[in-house]
Write a protein that binds this ligand. Structure first.
Ligand SMILES: NC(=O)c1ccc[n+]([C@@H]2O[C@H](COP(=O)([O-])OP(=O)(O)OC[C@H]3O[C@@H](n4cnc5c(N)ncnc54)[C@H](O)[C@@H]3O)[C@@H](O)[C@H]2O)c1
Ligand SMILES: [Zn+2]
Length: 352
């Protein structure tokens, strides 16, 4: 088992290793004294992992209650949040009890926000079950739900007490969910960890998975530790995401986040190279890494379509956009441009 210590205003550990779900009760009892544990999960994860989780928590002396909602982004809303809050109240949870978020990023964001709101904050633990949740959403304390006007518009910074990542769960993921997280893992390598980047570039990402997850979490923890509340540095995590978010929008969210980020990283690296913003050619290595892992590298949308989608939510940003630009493998920086320069950047990124 490996441990990453996240040094935020309330610090906590991320435990990464195999067989940890079976031991979650014992591990959680080291940070929260046994009371009621409310497992919040979706129906797919419930069928797979709620039984083991409940048994382990019960064995460690917790009273377990469960709230299950239907899987998918459509559930990340105020109505489901309200149902969770009413459930916690009905089960009479107190500040010495806890919420256990068992699932992917949707579960983590919803359950984390519920834990932040309920009685102005009760302890919560993240047990990520997707690759994306393991290396990204479960660490760093961003919790949120979507509003009609857009994604993640209502939320809170609220750090968990503990994150338990059972690598057996991530190893067993179906290919689509695995590759969704893999694009983000390659991103971490690219922005901050050349050894991880080199390893993942070989195209056998399930090998040394525990150490790869550890390295991703370490990168995220370092950045979050320096910029818990998103004042600037945390934007480095958005490498490939300006174009990536635009691609998701243009596709009406039929392109997965990971695939969109994959194409977005190519666009950013190509633009940086052709506009002379990088110290070395970062395009060839990112293309190799993505190709070797079966991730998409060419974008089906035009520069006009992408720019339109990217700018539709930039109306209030004061005319400036922060782009994440590679200097060399393992090092990126924030590059501010005027909104009027975005079409040129994206066109250069598409090779137009
Ligand atoms: N808080 C943050 O910092 C942060 C960062 C990145 C993304 N996010 C959020 O995370 C969400 C996306 O996360 P996600 O990709 O994990 O989505 P998700 O939680 O919807 O999970 C994707 C699908 O996989 C299923 N699933 C989960 N675990 C499984 C398993 N072990 N085996 C089989 N199926 C499983 C789920 O039921 C769901 O259908 C978005 O809402 C995004 O906004 C948050
Ligand atoms: Zn992402």
């Amino acid at each position: 088992m490996k441990t990453v210590h996240v040094k935020t205003s309330k610090s906590y550990n991320v435990l990464i290793g195999h067989g940890l779900l079976n031991r979650c009760g014992e591990l959680i009892s080291q940070v929260c004294s046994p009371g009621t544990a409310a497992i919040i999960t979706d129906d797919i994860v419930y069928a797979l992992y709620a039984g083991i989780t409940e048994m382990s928590l019960t064995d460690a002396g917790f009273r377990v209650v469960k709230f299950v909602f239907s899987s998918g982004e459509k559930s990340k809303n105020m109505a489901v949040l309200n149902e969770i809050l009413e459930f916690l109240a009905g089960e009479e949870l107190t500040k010495s009890d806890l919420v256990v978020a068992l699932g992917g990023g949707v579960v983590g964001d919803l359950a984390g926000f519920a834990a932040a709101c309920f009685k102005r904050g009760i302890p919560f633990v993240q047990i990520p079950t997707t690759f994306l949740a393991a290396i990204d959403s479960s660490v760093g304390g961003k919790t949120a739900v979507n509003l009609a006007a857009g994604k993640n518009l209502a939320g809170a910074f609220y750090q968990p007490k503990l994150v338990i990542c059972d690598t057996d769960i991530i190893s067993a993921l179906p290919p689509g969910l695995f590759s969704n997280g893999l694009a983000e893992a390659i991103k971490y390598g690219f922005i901050s960890d050349p050894i991880l980047f080199e390893r993942l570039s070989a195209g056998s990402p399930r090998q040394e998975l525990e150490d790869s997850i550890y390295r991703c979490v370490l990168s995220k923890a370092e950045i979050v530790g320096k910029d818990e509340f998103d004042g600037g540095l945390r934007q480095l995590l958005n490498f490939g995401h300006t174009a990536g978010h635009a691609i998701e929008k243009c596709s009406n969210f039929t392109v997965s986040h990971g695939h969109a980020v994959s194409m977005g990283m190519v666009i950013a690296a190509r633009a940086a190279l052709s506009l002379g913003l990088s110290n070395e050619d970062c395009l060839s290595p990112i293309l190799k890494a993505l190709n070797n892992n079966g991730l998409p590298v060419s974008c089906p949308y035009s520069a006009e379509e992408l720019t339109g989608a990217a700018l539709s939510d930039k109306k209030r940003s004061g005319g400036r956009i922060n782009l994440i630009i590679p200097r060399k493998i393992g090092q990126c920086h924030i590059h501010k441009i005027d909104v009027s320069q975005l079409p040129g950047f994206i066109a250069a990124g598409l090779g137009d």
